[in-house]
Design a protein around this ligand. Structure first.
Ligand SMILES: NCc1[nH]cc(CCC(=O)O)c1CC(=O)O
Length: 309
């Protein structure tokens, strides 16, 4: 029986995700055995540096891609949100699994919801996207950088007496920490990161045997939504982290797509929504990107890049 080697980062969340994927692969591919191989990535080794400063392209994925290309592993499990829109030659997204609720949540030790946070409350996040949208909604908030894996961030919230932290629902849910959530932040206030909540499988693009195996856990509506988001991001990208949010939702044969570009201080924000048939999902992502660029997004991005790249 051939053994399939499944590569993953070795953080608690990444290992949870790899195990979730392997459980499903085993069920649907009884002719194979599966082994999980944890691999440290650059991003895991520099958890004390603010992401916005170092740029986050491939930070959590590159070592896994090298392992794929050298046949050390047969497939790599990623959070789609961490996977750059351009993959190295020879690699492809073999499957996108069914997406978890993609939004962000507030975790507050005193149990506050966003609207009840006291004036000037201190919120931890290192995401430019979350910072911009939180400040757009509540100018009085004070945003402080906080990094590390989920448990570290929750611990820092308590130790550093922050009023709250903003995290992805998906991560909290997967680690069994749902009871710490004080509010699901409405999409109207905070659009998620491209790909958030979705687990993807990267493979060697010509490896048909592995392709057939991972196809068994593909979820079409999630693939379509995430593809639209990745095309949106790709059209806006210029090599460094910027406050961009997106959310694609597939219902039947329609996709509803929302996107935004914001300045870091939240003062400038352009946001739009379009809908269309799912077979045009990729085009719809690009179209929304172009409409936002025309509505002032170009100037916002230019200014953000001058400050942050
Ligand atoms: N930034 C790291 C990261 N990458 C993926 C997730 C959550 C899981 C997912 O989006 O599928 C998180 C944690 C967070 O942003 O709070």
């Amino acid at each position: 029986m051939r053994e399939i080697v499944v590569g993953t980062r070795d953080s608690q969340l990444a290992l949870w995700q790899a195990n979730w994927v392997v459980d499903r692969l085993r069920e649907r591919n009884p002719g194979y055995s599966f082994r999980i191989q944890g691999i440290k990535t650059h991003g895991d080794n520099i958890l004390d540096v603010a992401l916005a400063k170092i740029g986050d392209k491939g930070l959590f994925t590159k070592e896994l891609e090298v392992a794929l290309l050298s046949d050390e592993i047969d497939l790599a499990v990623h959070s789609m949100k961490d996977l750059p829109t351009d993959l190295p030659g020879g690699l492809a997204v073999g499957a996108v699994c069914e997406r978890e609720y993609p939004g962000d949540v507030l975790v507050s030790s005193q149990g506050y919801v966003l609207d009840k946070l006291p004036e000037g409350a201190v919120i931890g996040t290192s995401s430019l996207r979350r910072t911009a949208q939180l400040l757009h909604y509540r100018q009085d908030l004070r945003i402080v950088n906080i990094r590390g894996n989920l448990n570290t961030r929750l611990r820092k919230m308590d130790e550093e007496k922050l009023d709250g932290v903003v995290l992805a629902y998906a991560g909290i849910q997967r680690l069994g920490l749902k009871d710490r959530i004080t509010e699901r932040i409405p999409m109207e206030i905070c659009l998620p990161a491209v790909g958030q909540g979705s687990i993807g499988i990267e493979i060697r693009h010509l490896d048909e045997e592995i392709m057939d195996i991972v196809e068994t856990i593909e979820h079409r509506p999630s693939r379509i939504a995430v593809s639209a988001e990745r095309n949106f991001l790709k059209r806006l990208e210029g090599g460094c982290q910027v406050p961009i949010g997106a959310y694609g939702l597939v219902i039947g044969n329609e996709i509803k797509f929302e996107g935004l570009i914001a300045s870091l201080d939240g003062k400038h924000l352009v946001r739009d929504v379009i809908a269309g048939p799912v077979n045009e999902a990729a085009k719809i992502g690009v179209k929304l990107a172009e409409s936002l660029l025309k509505k002032g997004g170009r100037e916002i991005l230019r200014a953000v890049r001058q400050e942050n790249c």
